[in-house]
Write a protein that binds this ligand. Structure first.
Ligand SMILES: [Zn+2]
Length: 170
């Protein structure tokens, strides 16, 4: 049977092609991958800093701009940055989103617990903002421009999760 496809039809729900051929599906089952990922100099230095409760940013020697997260090359001057400066651990909330729809969390493969709050925070001393989580899930208590502080994980392994979350500075 040929089914006419509407323009707004969800293509993932198709069972047949417009010509009437059945679309085949194949289940591969769970996949397990063991691999190492080389982080490179900049990410290694940054993550080592988090282990010691330090936010290490790169500073451009030409324009003075401080990058958090650190970058190798200044986006304005296109020069390599080799100067490291410590920023934070407090900063200013520059934006937030409270997420209420669960999705697969790539950190463990299970569903991410909701609600959670994604934030953009500009750490003191930095000129760029970083993304992380906040422990406040009530949007009436969050306001762009308010002060935030990093809360460190008890056990730190050299991961972005060494910062457990950010909290409002009262
Ligand atoms: Zn620069």
């Amino acid at each position: 049977m040929i089914k006419r496809l509407g323009i707004y039809e969800d293509k993932r729900k198709r069972t047949h092609t417009p010509e009437g051929y059945e679309l085949l599906t194949h289940s591969s089952g769970p996949i397990s991958y063991d691999f190492n990922w080389h982080l490179g100099y900049y990410w290694t230095y940054f993550l080592q800093g988090l282990k010691e409760k330090k936010f290490l940013a790169t500073k451009c020697h030409q324009c003075g701009r401080v990058y958090m997260l650190p970058r190798q090359v200044c986006g304005r001057c296109f020069v390599e940055m080799n100067e490291w400066v410590e920023v934070g651990p407090e900063g200013v909330l520059e934006g937030f989103t409270i997420v209420r729809f669960p999705y697969v969390d790539p950190n463990h493969g299970g569903m991410k617990e909701v609600p959670f709050t994604s934030i953009w925070v500009k750490l003191d001393g930095a000129d760029t903002r970083m993304m992380h989580y906040c422990n406040e899930h009530d949007e009436t208590k969050l306001e762009v421009g308010m002060r935030m502080r990093a809360v460190w994980a008890e056990e730190r392994k050299g991961s972005i999760h060494d910062v457990a979350y950010f909290e409002i500075v009262k």
